[in-house]
Design a protein around this ligand. Sequence first.
Ligand code: SAM
Length: 245
Amino acid sequence: KGTLYLVPTPIGNLQDITYRAVDILKNADIIAAEDTRHTRILLEHLGIQGHPVSYHEHNKKEAGPKLIEALKEGHSVAQVSDAGMPVISDPGADLVRLALDEGIPVVPLPGPNAALTALVASGLDARQFAFIGFLPKITAKRKKLLADISRVPLTLIFYEAPHRIKETMDVLIQSLGDRNAVTARELTKKFETFERGTLAELRSGMNENDPRGEYVILVEGWNESMEKEDEEETSWQDAAVTLAE
Ligand code: SAM
């Protein structure tokens, strides 16, 4: 049987690729890519002659079994996404499951990932954290998830596309309260920027400078003092209601 390699690729800076990743990409029988054009550019940059085949969200049902057949025949497959770690908010999970079901060895390579890169320089508690990734687009699902995590005492890490980031910041303020947060923009690229403040402060900064580029949002986890603040706010509201009556 062949081996399925999960190969992380740069999230911006093309130098962020390991010697081992280059080696695997050079020697794999098949490179399965989220976007073959995108991966061809990387391969060219690395001086690798490869003809990536396509494996993504919309063709995984047909492409997955074909890749598994090739693996069963003894060919090795290197799976890459457009950027960062495959499987993490990217295609790959189904292929891993299919391979494991068939007893095919799955070998992950360590490498670039936006969430961890943002976390380590955020200054937020990095001992324990929860990776949320993209919030569900369906409002009810999003609300439920945010309600579920609102009292989780772990640093929360979100991904978001630039055109939705303002809306997402508003949603986070509403559901989690105005907590300390960090935005990490354009990691590993020329305009890499970290902004630190409360969610509302960061959100109002986005009115001055329209968000551009790629963002990770990190939010302080729940702690008991937030509970007290909530209670105090409620009791003041209760008092105000009583007074008004
Ligand atoms: N698989 C990737 C990883 O391991 O980080 C994530 C892919 S996901 C489709 C893309 C999202 O990751 C972006 O919307 C953004 O939230 C985040 N991201 C990717 N590259 C980034 C970068 N250079 N700077 C900041 N965020 C980035």
